[in-house]
Design a protein around this ligand. Structure first.
Ligand code: SAM
Ligand code: SF4
Length: 340
C-alpha cells in the first residue's frame, strides 16, 4: 500500500536537476472555436470513452500534488466546455485550502467566462489567462472561424468584475494581427491586464502554411520598443515568458519565444492530456501512459511510480524549427491535445 504524502514525498526532480512542480492538464480536446493555427476546421475528437472522468482527473492531479506539484493549470481544448468542469475545479480547491497547492488556474478562450467567472473566483482561482489575438470583430471571426468577439469581451469583463487577475495571450500572426499590437497594449493597459505575445509553434497538421503565419517576436519587441518604454522585469510566473514592464501603462508585457529563444533550461512543467498521457516536453513525442496505472489500482502507488519513472526521462529540451525545408509540424499532435 502506498502511504506517500507530500510531507514525505521526495520532490520530482528530472535528470537535468530541474524540479518539476507545475502540471498543465488538458481536461478536454474539444473546443467551441477553431483557431486557424491550432485546429483544422473538421477536427476529429477523441471518443468520450477514452477520456478520463472528472473523478479520474481529480485523482491524477492530486497524485501530482502529493508528489510536490505546487501549480496546476487547466487547459484544453477549451476547459470551460467540459461538462461539470466546475465540480473538478471546486474539488481541486481543497489543495489550495490545505496549502499543498500555491495556484490553481486556467487558460481559456473566454467564450464561457461570462457564465463561470464568479464561480471560478469562489473556487479559489485568482488569475486566468485569456487567449485573444485581436480586438477587431471580423479578424476575430477569421482567426477563430466560429468565434464572436463580443462574447469574449463580455467574458473578460466578467472575469475582471469577479476580481480575477487577467493575462491576455495573443499569438503573433504575420499579416493578420501585426498591425494591432499597439492597440492591444493600450487596451490591456486600460483594463489592467498583462499581455503576452506567443510565437506560433509547429504543432499538428492544420491545413495552413505556418511559414506564412510565423512572426519572430524579436522583431516585434524591437518595433514596440520604438514607441513604448520596455524595461526587462524580474517577474517570473514559473512559465516560459520573458517579461517587460511597460512604463506608459504600468502593466507587463511578456514574450513566449520557443523558436527564437530557447527557454528549456528552466523548464519546471509537464503536461497531461485528457486521456491520461503525460508529455514531458511540449516539443517531443516521448510520453507516458498514466491511465493504465491509474485504473489498475484503487490506491495511487502504481500511478506515482509511473509518474516518477516518466519524470526520470524528461528530455533536455525541444527542437522546434520552422523553415522552408521543414514546413511539416515538429510533432504530430495538435496544441489542443497538450493544451499549450
Ligand atoms: N482554448 C484555450 C485557449 O485558447 O486559451 C486553451 C487551449 S489553447 C491550445 C492554449 C493556448 O495555445 C492559446 O493561447 C492558443 O492561442 C495557443 N496556441 C494554440 N495553437 C498554437 C500554436 N500552433 N502556436 C502557438 N500557440 C498556440
Ligand atoms: Fe480552441 Fe484554444 Fe485551440 Fe482556439 S487556441 S481552437 S480556442 S483550443
Amino acid at each position: 500500500m502506498n502511504t506517500e504524502t507530500s510531507q514525505f514525498a521526495t520532490p520530482l526532480i528530472d535528470p537535468f536537476e530541474r524540479p518539476i512542480n507545475y502540471l498543465r492538464v488538458s481536461v478536454t480536446d474539444r473546443c467551441d472555436l477553431r483557431c486557424v493555427y491550432c485546429m483544422a476546421e473538421d477536427m476529429t475528437f477523441l471518443p468520450k470513452a477514452q477520456v478520463l472522468s472528472l473523478e479520474e482527473l481529480d485523482r491524477m492531479c492530486s497524485a501530482f500534488v502529493d508528489l510536490g506539484v505546487r501549480k496546476l493549470r487547466l487547459t484544453g481544448g477549451e476547459p470551460l466546455v467540459r461538462k461539470n468542469i466546475m465540480w473538478l475545479i471546486r474539488r481541486l480547491g481543497r489543495h489550495l485550502d490545505s496549502g499543498a497547492l500555491d495556484e490553481l488556474t486556467l487558460t481559456s478562450n473566454g467564450t464561457q467566462l461570462a457564465r463561470y467567472a464568479q464561480e471560478l473566483a469562489d473556487a479559489g482561482v485568482k488569475r486566468i489567462n485569456i487567449s485573444l489575438d485581436t480586438l477587431d470583430p471580423d479578424k476575430f471571426k477569421a482567426i477563430t472561424r466560429w468565434g464572436d468577439l463580443e462574447r469574449v469581451l463580455e467574458g473578460v469583463e466578467a472575469a475582471r468584475a469577479a476580481g480575477l487577475a487577467i493575462k491576455i495571450n495573443a499569438v503573433a500572426l504575420r499579416g493578420v494581427n501585426d498591425d494591432e499590437f499597439d492597440r492591444l497594449l493600450n487596451w490591456c493597459g486600460e483594463g489592467g491586464f498583462d499581455l503576452t505575445f506567443i510565437e506560433v509553434m509547429p504543432l499538428g497538421e492544420i491545413g495552413e502554411q505556418r511559414l506564412d503565419q510565423y512572426l519572430p517576436l524579436s522583431m516585434v519587441r524591437g518595433d514596440l520598443s520604438k514607441r513604448w518604454t520596455l524595461t526587462e522585469s524580474e517577474h517570473a510566473t514559473g512559465g516560459p515568458a520573458r517579461y517587460f514592464d511597460i512604463a506608459e501603462t504600468g502593466q507587463r508585457l511578456g514574450f513566449i519565444t520557443p523558436l527564437t529563444h530557447n527557454f528549456c533550461e528552466a523548464c519546471n512543467r509537464v503536461r497531461l492530456t485528457c486521456t491520461g498521457t503525460l508529455y514531458m516536453c511540449l516539443g517531443q513525442e516521448d510520453a507516458a501512459d498514466l491511465r493504465a496505472p491509474l485504473r489498475a489500482s484503487e490506491n495511487d502507488g502504481l500511478l506515482k511510480d509511473a509518474i516518477r519513472e516518466a519524470i526520470g526521462r524528461k528530455p533536455k529540451g525541444h527542437d522546434f524549427i520552422i523553415d522552408r525545408r521543414q514546413n511539416a509540424p515538429a510533432v504530430g499532435r495538435h496544441m489542443s491535445v497538450t493544451g499549450g
